[in-house]
Design a protein around this ligand. Structure first.
Ligand code: GRF
Length: 203
C-alpha cells in the first residue's frame, strides 16, 4: 500500500467540510491523512474540530500584513509538513497566482455551485435568487482565476419552489461532504489526470 496522501486543509469557518475529511480519513474511506489545518480566523470552529481529532493547527494572520509576506509564511508552514495536496475547505482568502504556481495541480477547492455558474461568494444565494431549478457543488483544481480551475467532481440538488435559502444551503452542503472526500481519494489513488480544461478520472 502506498503512503497516505498528506493533506493541508485551509479553512476560515465552521469546518463541516473539514469534518467530512477527518471522518473519511478516520474510517479509512480515503487513503489520506490531514497533517495540518490552517485558518486565517482564530475563531473558526474548524480549529476546534481539528483539536478534537488531534490534528496540528496553525493560524495565519492576514490582518495589516503584506499578502506576499503572509503567503511566504504559508509556504513555509506547508512545505515543513511535506504536503501532497492543499485542500481549500471554506477558505475565504484569495491566493495569489505566485502561490498557486508554487503548487501546480496540488490545490483543490470546494465551491457551492455547479461551476461555471455562480462563481465567487454566496453562490447558493446567487442560484436561489436566480430561480434555478437545479443547484449543486463542485470540486475543482485551483488556478489563477476565481473558481475557474479544471473540474474534478460535481453533484447536483433539486431546488424545490418552497426551499428557503437556508434549505438550499443545507441540501448543497450535504453533497459537498460527499464529493470533497471522494475527490481527495481519487487523487490519492492516482486516478485523476488533467488534460487542458478537462479532468479525466480513471476507473
Ligand atoms: C462551504 O459551503 C463551501 O462550499 C464554501 O464555504 C463553505 C464552508 O463551509 N467554500 P464549512 O466551513 O466547510 O462548513
Amino acid at each position: 500500500m502506498s503512503a497516505k496522501l498528506k493533506l493541508a486543509v485551509l479553512i476560515s469557518g465552521s469546518g463541516t467540510n473539514l469534518q467530512a475529511i477527518i471522518d473519511s480519513c478516520k474510517n479509512n474511506k480515503i487513503h489520506a491523512e490531514i497533517k495540518i489545518v490552517i485558518s486565517n480566523k482564530s475563531s473558526a470552529y474548524g480549529l476546534e474540530r481539528a483539536h478534537q481529532a488531534n490534528i496540528k493547527t496553525q493560524i495565519i494572520n492576514y490582518k495589516n500584513r503584506d499578502k506576499n509576506e503572509v503567503e511566504q509564511e504559508l509556504i513555509q508552514i506547508i512545505d515543513q509538513e511535506k504536503i501532497d495536496l492543499i485542500v481549500l475547505a471554506g477558505f475565504m482568502k484569495i491566493l495569489s497566482a505566485d502561490f498557486i504556481s508554487h503548487y501546480p495541480e496540488k490545490i483543490i477547492n470546494i465551491h457551492p455551485s455547479l461551476l461555471p455558474a455562480f462563481p465567487g461568494i454566496d453562490a447558493q444565494t446567487q442560484a436561489w435568487e436566480y430561480g434555478t431549478k437545479i443547484a449543486g457543488c463542485t470540486v475543482h483544481f485551483v488556478d489563477e482565476g476565481c473558481d475557474t480551475g479544471p473540474i474534478i467532481l460535481q453533484e447536483h440538488v433539486i431546488v424545490d419552489q418552497n426551499d428557503t435559502i437556508d434549505d438550499l444551503k443545507s441540501k448543497i452542503l450535504e453533497k459537498e461532504h460527499l464529493i470533497l472526500p471522494k475527490a481527495i481519494d481519487l487523487i490519492a489513488s492516482k486516478k485523476v489526470a488533467i488534460s487542458g480544461r478537462k479532468v479525466k478520472i480513471h476507473s
